[in-house]
Design a protein around this ligand. Structure first.
Ligand SMILES: Cc1ncc(COP(=O)(O)O)c(C=O)c1O
Length: 353
């Protein structure tokens, strides 16, 4: 079979989905919203089915205008995508050729590696510090490599949760722009972190932001994300994204979700201002370390993460093993509602040594 070598040598990205369809499990493994989308979204989806238009190709109308308005950028600077994943993929496909190099500070989100690897790019991996600090000097140094075409900044980092300051992001944007290198700023957790590089779009032509409606808005299974960049960059990406890649369920869900932004804001507020401090205080009291986080998850420092993961699973709470900057496995736990956090804490109390 004439499959390209760069594809055959890649592995699949297979997230651990086993057990997730069990109804009574508390899903703290994929940093999702733990409650459903807004009533407006549910109603709009039901109404869409009743419209009897599923046999018609998708048409996006003013969707991208509405997304731009939500994101606070000029009309023409947003492109809707099939989840944040497609944003990552379209940018990698647009900027990387076989033999190019891409800087992805380690650890990072799996799709950054997958989409870069499929393009045949070589991945350079400066490492985050043990305290979750961003490897600025190393990244800046790597930008001098003539083969580097793309830098992927995950801010806040997944899985660590730690933020990169906008001063550091700008240092990278500036140096990368001088060398005609693209910078992807992954803001998947924007609604929780409130960290955004969007105000740099006017100043830096090499900036592409990816975001998602998967998290605070709870639209993950509809696959709904977007890219923000200069108008001319968006026009280039539109050549790579297919005209119907985003399905109509996602379009209908996004428009309805944006009619009730409060729903996502209230959830993010509960997670970040009630649940997260509660869980952090509990873990501190128990002497369990964790990385500083600006996202809706905490990455724990544990001697035996598998043991804790198995014990939580036995109590019907799923969590996710991930690699730390030293490539040692530890545990990422998503943070849900206050009620979820109380449940998590009561189980942790039972199972932590
Ligand atoms: C850092 C990061 N970027 C992008 C995504 C992709 O989002 P989506 O589920 O919308 O494809 C995720 C999903 O978990 C993520 O953690």
């Amino acid at each position: 079979m004439a499959i390209k070598k760069r594809v055959t040598k890649m592995g699949h990205y297979k997230p651990p989905l086993e057990g997730r369809s069990e109804k009574d499990y508390l899903l703290l493994d994929f940093s999702e919203r733990t409650t459903g989308p807004s009533p407006e979204v549910k109603k709009a989806l039901k109404d869409f089915i009743d419209l009897d238009r599923i046999q018609v190709y998708p048409e996006y109308g003013n969707l991208e205008e509405k997304i731009a308005e939500y994101a606070g950028v000029k009309n023409g600077r947003a492109m809707v995508t099939n989840g944040g994943d497609q944003g990552i993929d379209v940018i990698c496909r647009s900027c990387l050729d076989e033999g190019d190099r891409v800087i992805i500070p380690f650890p990072s989100f799996a799709m950054h590696y997958q989409s870069s690897g499929i393009q045949g790019a070589e991945i350079l991996e400066p490492r985050y510090g043990d305290d979750g600090s961003f490897p600025l000097e190393e990244t800046l140094k790597m930008l001098e490599d003539e083969k580097v075409r793309l830098v992927i900044l995950c801010n806040p980092n997944n899985p660590l949760g730690s933020p990169t300051s906008l001063e550091d992001v700008e240092k990278i944007l500036k140096k990368a722009q001088e060398k005609d290198i693209t910078v992807m700023h992954d803001e998947a957790y924007f609604e929780f972190s409130k960290i955004t590089a969007k105000d740099f779009i006017d100043k830096y032509s090499n900036l592409y932001i990816i975001r998602t409606f998967a998290k605070a808005f709870g639209l993950v299974s509809a696959r709904a994300g977007y890219v923000l960049s200069r108008e001319n960059n968006i026009q280039e990406l539109l050549k790579v994204r297919g005209p119907y890649d985003v399905n109509m369920f996602a379009k209908v869900a996004i428009l309805a979700a944006l009619k009730n932004k409060r729903y996502a804001e209230d959830y993010a507020k509960e997670v970040m201002e009630i649940s997260k401090p509660k869980l952090e205080a509990y873990l501190r009291g128990k002497g369990v370390g964790f990385f500083p986080s600006r996202a809706n998850y905490l990455f724990l420092r544990l001697a035996d993460p598998t043991k804790l993961m198995e014990k939580l699973k036995a109590e019907k709470i799923l969590t996710r093993p991930k690699e730390d900057p030293d490539r040692k496995i530890s545990l990422r736990i998503s943070i849900g509602t206050s009620e979820d956090t109380e449940k998590l804490i009561s189980v942790l109390d039972k199972v932590l040594d």
